[in-house]
Each structure stands twice: as C-alpha cells, then as structure tokens.
Design a binder for this molecule. Sequence first.
Ligand SMILES: [Fe+2]
Length: 296
Amino acid sequence: MNAEAKRVEHLMTDKGYVPVYTTSVIEQPWSSYSATDHDVWAQLFRRQRELLVGRAYGEFLRTQDAMGMGEDRIPKFDELNRMLRARTGWELIGVEGLLPELTFFEHLANKRFPVTWWIRKPEQLDYLSEPDLFHDLFGHVPLLMNPLFADYMQAYGQGGLRAHGFGTEALAQLTRLYWYTVEFGLIRNADGLRIYGAGILSSKGESIHCLDSVAPNRIGFDLERVMCTRYRIDTFQKTYFVIDSYEQLMRAKQVDFAPIYARLAERPGIAAGHVLDRDHVFNRGTGEGWLLDGDV
Ligand SMILES: [Fe+2]
C-alpha cells in the first residue's frame, strides 16, 4: 500500500465505532500494488477457495471463475466492470474504505459498488476490523453478477436514501437487514445450508463457524425480525438468518418500509442471540461462550 488511507471521523453504530473515510472516488492504483500485496491476495484467495467448496452457494464460486478472478494477481476493476456492466449494469468504484451512510446509499441506488482499493497486510490475514480489497472484491463482487441480487442491492440503496427521512432508528433497522443478508446471510438449497454473505465468504474463521459450530442459532429469514435484531462487529455472529432464494430478498425489499419503521419504533430490539417462540429454527445454538443473549 503506497498511499495512506485517510480516516476522517468515527461513527458510532450497532457495530461499535467504525472509521469513516474520505468520500472521494479514486481510480484503482493497480500498478502501485507491491509483490507483497499480490501475495496477500493469492494466499487469501487460495485459502478461501479451498475452504468454500461445499460451503459457499455454488453460483458464487462459478461466478468468480467466470469473472476471471484467480490467485495469480489482484483483479483489475476495469476488467471486472466490463463484465458487470454487460450483465447487470453495475460498476465498481475505488474508495479509501467505509463511507458515510448517505454516500454509500447513493452509490448503491445508482448501481455503483464502492470497493476499498487497498489490501490488508500479511499479518492481518485472519482478521481485519474494516473492509479491504479482499473482502469487497472476493466477497461482494460475484453476487453483483446475479440480476436478482444486484436488484436487491440497488433497492437497498434506494431504501437507505428514503430511510434518512425517518430518522436514526429507521437507519439502524435497515443496516441490520444489510448486515444479516449481504454480509452474513446463509441460503438453503437441496444440499443444505450454504454461505452467500460477503462477511463470511471473506473470513476463514467465520466460514467454518457459521456452518459447523454448535454455538450460533440458524433461523429462517423474517424481514421484521431481522430488522429488530442487534449484532456485534467484533465476534462471530450469534444468529444467522437463512433465506430460500434471492427472490425472497427481493420480495422483502418490495414491501413498503414506512409502516414497518413505525411499528418497530414501538418494539424493543432483540438481542443478537435470542430465539423467539415464533422463529423458524433450523438450529438452536448452544450459546457457548456468550453473555446476555449474545449481545456481549
Ligand atoms: Fe462488506
């Protein structure tokens, strides 16, 4: 990494304090990646691809191949953009890191996906508290080739712009939807549970934990339930929500959220690891190692 990423402020969210960066869009400085940067990409790519066979939703791995993502080098945004534009009309834009919410929503609503241009250091292979190029490119980009999922992402951006008019609680509820689907979602097919959330796909530890551990809950997706459920950024998830198809996500986003925000404002939030009587429970977690229903 040659240039210094510029943190400008910290934002308090459900996830704790997260850094927010300058909002400018930058061209991917591809020729300035070092041999170490490419090697970090190669190591992470190899490791996750081996791990994700039989764990990730099959379409995800096939799409990575079709897009020409490989371990040989960090992909070029320009090359990926040619395929994305042709398939779903999306494009990647380079950024320094996490963006302020409104800027992020505006990009998604206009089919622009912000990708952090820099990649983590060799000593950070296992964990990084903020998105880097590996998380954004490896984890998020393949799903933007799926027309249904791409529409869901755009609808999320549009919903985010509208939610701003409803206040901070509405925004928090919407952010939980993103967290439990786009970042940490599981999908069920004939073979069992599979991973589609980018936060899992880009993490070795969570790729194993989400399917193999007895600790977390795995619960059927329910829009309002998800929007009430708190989460933590600094531990593996206590609860994973399972969808049956991307159509289910799209149907959820076609709902008018205004009455939902009003309804949920009256209700207390749900702890990250809490199970409700009306939940459709695939696995009830043992809660091993938790305090306070998984909020800590
Ligand atoms: Fe992400």
